[in-house]
Every structure is written in structure tokens, then in C-alpha cells.
Design a protein around this ligand. Sequence first.
Ligand SMILES: Cc1cc2nc3c(=O)[nH]c(=O)nc-3n(C[C@H](O)[C@H](O)[C@H](O)COP(=O)(O)OP(=O)(O)OC[C@H]3O[C@@H](n4cnc5c(N)ncnc54)[C@H](O)[C@@H]3O)c2cc1C
Length: 500
Amino acid sequence: MHTDILVMGSGIAGLSFVLRLASKRPDLRITLVTKSSLEESNTKYAQGGMAVVLNQDEDSFEQHIQDTLAAGQGKCNKEIVEMVVRKAPACLQELQHWGAQFDRKADGSLNLGLEGGHSQHRIVHQKDQTGWEIERSLVQQVLAHPQIQVFTQYFAIDLLTEQNSDNKKLCRGLRVFDEARQEIKTIRAKIVLLASGGMGQVFSSTTNPLVATGDGVAMALRAGAKVKDLRYVQFHPTAFYSPNTEGPAFLISEAVRGFGAHLVNRQGERFMFRYDSRGELATRDVVSQAIYQELAQSGEACVYLDVKHLEEEAFKQQFPFIHQFCTDQGIAVKQQNIPVLPAAHYQCGGISVDKKAQTSIPNLYAVGECACTGLHGANRLASNSLLEALVFSAEAVEAVLTQLDTIPDSKVDYAHAYSFSTDWDALAQQGRKSLQHLMTQYASVGRTPDSLQEAEQQIQFLFLTDSSWLADTQQAFSVPLQEYKNLLLIAEEMVKQMRD
Ligand SMILES: Cc1cc2nc3c(=O)[nH]c(=O)nc-3n(C[C@H](O)[C@H](O)[C@H](O)COP(=O)(O)OP(=O)(O)OC[C@H]3O[C@@H](n4cnc5c(N)ncnc54)[C@H](O)[C@@H]3O)c2cc1C
């Protein structure tokens, strides 16, 4: 199959890119593949919202820039931070144009929330389901657009590449698996955009859904693209703690602390001010570390969010989804505290891109959580990632439009490299679990040089113990197997960078 533009992923990055491109060039063939349903993505689960400076009397671009730089621990690219912050209002307008609705005050103005690390109320949100609202509106637009061809349950396996006359590798498309037909296919394209999201599934304790296995980053690593800053994993301080639950951890949004919730230990003592003068509104890295230290001293399993002093109706009004979740867990928030623990949440690093979202491989772009733009540095400021995806998808559209018509079609014949087989699925699932647990134990908050060495050894051990069957899978493909291979590759690279 041939197309002009091929996009991998249907979160905010991929969907906004195809919509913008289609509106500028109705003649193009635009194809989007996604490995699950169209909606399933990290985007869908975003709760807090998107940071935008709207009221220049009380807030300013300069303050948002300074807050982002301070959170990023001196590792942000200032030029990128300035660009993203200044383009935020236009991106918000575009989201609204696509039909996304955000909470408003009685006077009709947008109701702006506050989150950790922000010096002003500037978070545009839709209750505590902002991501769902954004995803809903984008999906609706994409499905209504005849020019955009969408394939769901299509798993991207690897990049198709070709050497040019200067011996430089070019991207020529994707090898994909069509789950419904159980067929491996090639899709050739002039331009490929990776919008494949995060990799929280490297850890057993994560807020990310099961699809967040870092496939795009693993593909980029295999193809030799530059990948940066994987060491900067952000751990969200307040994922719901439940000792008996496996799988993605429910997030209790940062906005809950912005709304006035306290973080307390089992004795009910607020402890954050012992660690940072901003208390509960310190940045995520600081709060997660403080929780880790508190628990190391007390030997307890979790800390708590205390919202008992807040007016319940107002809390419920602002956070209906979280309130309902707590009720379903048997927690009456007016009487009981909510147990929480840090969990892997966001990958600040990723495929290295320039300010037009171009990777180090010609014809290959990356946008959203899979990309490393320099905005977040070592630690993302809350609610800056939906924004980053929108800003960079617009930049990518501009760059693609200047480049596209100069790219000739590829003549290379890509043979099928794999055959479909489920023979190794049970082993792959087991390997995935072992990997996730070792990463949470040795490479998450509170990691030390010794624990990272242990993580590295255990990852090598997995490669070795698994080698007897992994070696046999060179030509085999199944989704669980490929996800496991991708997670192993990423974990190895992540730990290596953490140790450097
Ligand atoms: C619980 C939670 C709450 C959050 N809250 C906020 C918030 O309030 N504000 C904020 O700014 N950010 C928030 N974030 C982060 C933000 O949601 C993400 O960074 C952002 O949505 C990423 O968008 P994306 O388009 O890059 O990736 P995603 O939305 O993750 O989309 C990736 C897409 O790629 C697809 N895909 C992956 N691998 C393959 C493959 N092999 N083949 C085909 N398709 C593939 C996936 O199925 C998915 O459709 C939150 C994240 C989580 C998990």
C-alpha cells in the first residue's frame, strides 16, 4: 500500500497533525494507524488539563516560561520553552474550533485551575476528564474527514528504511500488523510521523494504559535515530494505592492538590513543608522524592491525600470522576483519606527532534510524548505535555508541507521479515511482568547507583534467560512478543542512561 503521509498513533499528537495537514492540502493521501481503538491513548486519561496563559493582567508568558524552566532543573531548551508557551493561546483556540469544551465560570470566562509548580492559575480543563474531552472532539473530526484513512487494531512493528546515494538512511514507511486479518503488511509513505506516546508500561506501577509500551521509541532506536533523555522519567506523586491491584494505577490529579488537598502520613500530619516551602504545590519530582523519604523513614506502604477539610459538593463538582472512583473503592472522602503512592507517569525524553519535529532520520518526524523537544528538561511542568503535542504537530505540518513534494517514491521492494505466531505469547507476558517489577523496584523514585546496577544486571539476566526462546523469535511476530521486545530494549537504554 502507498500513501503520502503515514501517522502512527491516535492521541492528541497524531490526530491534531492529520487534521491540520488535511485542512491545508486536500490533495494528499493521509493514513493513520493505531494499535488499539481510535480513542485508546494516554491522551484519553489526562485529567488536569492544558497550561495556557490567557489573562495577561494577572499572568504572563514570562511567568509560564520561568515556571517551566524551574521545573526542568536547568535542562530545558529555553528557545523551545518560549516558543511553546507563546503559541499556547492559538492552540487552545484551535482545540475549541475542533469542538473541545472547557469549564467556564459564571461570567463565561474560562475557569483556570492551579497545579504544582505553576505560579498562577492557568490550567484550562474540563472537570477532571480533560483528555477525554480533547480526544472525543479530535476523534469526531477525524472520523468525519473523508481524506483521512484510519486503520485501528493496526500495530506498527518497524520503520521501513532505505540507504540513499550518500549512504544515509531514509524513512520510507512502516511495517504493520493488521490484527483483524492477522497479516503483516508494508505501508510505504513519503513521510512518517511517529505519535506513539509514552512508555509507562516499562514499570509495574504506572498511570499509563496498557498501550504505552514505547513502541515508536524502540523502533527509532532499532533504526539508529537519535534518542535522548530517557533517564528523565516523571513519577506522579499521587497515583491511587491499592496493594492488590495489577495494571494501570488510577491517577488522583495534581489539580486536587491545587484545589487545596493536603498530603499527610498515617498519623495525619502534613509533611511536605519539611521538604519544600511550596508544600503540596512543589513540582512533581520534589513531591515524589519527599513521599519516598517519608515512607523510607516510617516503613508504611503509602501516604494519603486528605480532602476532608474541603467542601464535598465543590470537590465533587470539580472532580466528579475522581470522586466517583473513590466512592467505588469504598472511600468516603469527607471521612477518609485517599491512599496514594508515586507511579511512573511521563517520559520527558524520547526521539530527539528539532524545532520542526524532524528526527535525525530524513522523512521521519516525531511529535508528542514519544519525542524529546527540549521543553521539559529533566522534569515536566504539570499540564505542559498536551500543549507540547499541539504546538509541535503544527510545526511538523509546516515542515512537511515544505518538504513533501521534493520526495520521490521509493523503488525498494520490502520483503516480509516476519511471520505471525502466538507460540511465545505466554513467555512474553511473563517476561513483561518480571521486567516491570524489577524496573519499579530498582529504577524508580529513590533509585541509587547500587539499585541501578542491580536493574542493569537483572535486565541482562532477562535477555540471557530468555535468549533460549527470544533467539527463536527473530522472524516471529505477535503483539505481546513485540511489546516485550520493545520494553526490554527501552528499559536497557533507560537504565544505561540513568547510570551515566
Ligand atoms: C493518567 C494521565 C493523566 C495525564 N494528565 C495530563 C494532564 O492533565 N495534562 C497534560 O498536559 N498531560 C497529561 N498527561 C500526559 C498526556 O496525556 C500525554 O503526554 C499526551 O496525551 C501524549 O499524547 P500523544 O499523542 O503523544 O500520545 P498518546 O495519547 O499516548 O497516543 C499514542 C498513540 O499511539 C498508539 N500506538 C502506540 N504504539 C503503537 C504501535 N506499535 N502501533 C500503532 N499505534 C501505536 C497508541 O495506541 C495511541 O493511540 C497525563 C497522562 C496520563 C497517563
